[in-house]
Design a protein around this ligand. Structure first.
Ligand code: F6R
Length: 241
């Protein structure tokens, strides 16, 4: 595991974008594993700048996202498809046919999870998977549990996650209660994992994930077992080290 301390959110975003840019430059048909949430927004902004400057070409890139709320349509402004389209895809030259996000509108969860797992597998391996970190240690929507969930599955979101996400919705009752997410095995099969963490509110959980026991109650602790993890955390998030 490589752990880089960034000065602040901007510095974290720049460092992360540099790593992803190098990946795309060295392998133009890279498979990028992408995340939503507030953490990677600055990284995506820098990737857009790289494209606009002529430094980056996404025309052959493929992407797979970690997760999607169950029940939200793509045009719902809280769906993760909407997020990815508006924070990255619409401003770079990625072919939308090469982007993949679980289909939140598929009511048959087993069918959708099996389809999505097969999509990820068919990519032949995610080259670099971007992850944010939940306050309870979740990655994707793999919430604390008694065992590590393996493949793409439908989850009931915890109260802490619903609470954290309610800021994006008009009313807490509008926050979806379920999501489709890659499983821990799906995430761990990525060749490289890029974990981004910002803010003092993540300091304790980051320390628990990287230095504590590897337990499903702290889902991101499993990353200690991956052979190629890059963590970029800002000073505030690193304050417990
Ligand atoms: C997003 C995702 C989540 C977030 C996590 C952190 O696709 O899977 O695990 O990465 O909830 O969210 P932020 O970045 O908003 O703190």
């Amino acid at each position: 595991m490589k752990l880089y301390k960034a000065k602040d959110y901007e510095d974290m975003s720049r460092k992360a974008a540099n790593i992803i840019s190098a990946q795309v430059t060295l392998k133009p048909d890279s498979v990028l594993g992408l995340a939503t949430g507030s953490t990677p927004i600055g990284t995506y902004k820098r990737l857009i700048e790289g494209y606009r400057n002529g430094d980056l070409d996404f025309s052959q890139v493929k992407s797979v996202n970690l997760d999607e709320y169950r029940g939200l349509t793509r045009d719902n402004d809280q769906s993760y498809y909407y997020f990815m389209y508006n924070n990255l895809f619409k401003d770079i030259n990625i072919d939308l046919n090469n982007t993949n996000i679980p289909d939140g509108t598929e009511p048959d969860s087993e069918k959708e999870c099996a389809r999505y797992e097969a999509v990820v597998e068919s990519m032949g391996g995610v080259d670099i998977q971007v992850l944010g970190l939940g306050h309870n240690g979740h990655i994707g929507f793999n919430e604390p549990a008694d065992e590590f969930p393996k493949t793409t599955h439908c989850v009931d979101l915890t109260e802490s996650t619903i609470e954290a996400n309610k800021r994006f919705f008009a009313d807490v009752n509008d926050v979806p209660r379920q999501a489709y997410t890659m499983g821990i095995k799906t995430i761990m099969s990525a060749k490289t994992i890029l974990l981004l963490v910002s803010g003092a509110d993540k300091a304790q959980i980051l320390h628990d994930c990287l230095c504590g026991p590897i337990v499903p109650q702290v889902p991101a602790s499993i990353l200690q077992l991956h052979g190629d993890v890059i963590v970029i955390a800002d000073e505030a998030a690193m304050s417990k080290f």
